[in-house]
Write a protein that binds this ligand. Sequence first.
Ligand SMILES: [Zn+2]
Length: 155
Amino acid sequence: MKQKTAHLPNYAPASSAIQRESSFAGTIPVERLPRLAAALAGPSGLLEVDLQIGKEMARPPFLRGSVRGELQLVCQRCLETFGWPLQANVDLRLVENETDEARWLQDYEPYLIADDRLSLHAIVEEEVLLALPLAPRCSSCALPLEPAAGLVGAD
Ligand SMILES: [Zn+2]
């Protein structure tokens, strides 16, 4: 069983984490991620994060994993706040300079390491922001919205 109750560290040392192919599992309270909290109906909730670093031949090391949790969103149809089940994937390539960043940009999502550290919270926050729905719908408003074709324009 993986230990998931620990908080995910905000930062990890990049070179040693890559060297050891480290994995990181832990939680981040939503309230610790200000940009994300500002995009939600409320700052409650806990993200469960699972990340793995791995090395590959002839490619930059990867940082992969998943983020889960329940986020407070406002339904764009009924304007009620509801718990939206988040399931986001992380799939980055760790590069050390801008030349490599440009080189791998075509095929991967590069993450440029600065000061030999991985900003784990910032990485998670960015991926979760990208995963948020543009027009959230609660489960009771998620039913098909278009009326049946035969009921429209039958004149
Ligand atoms: Zn709704």
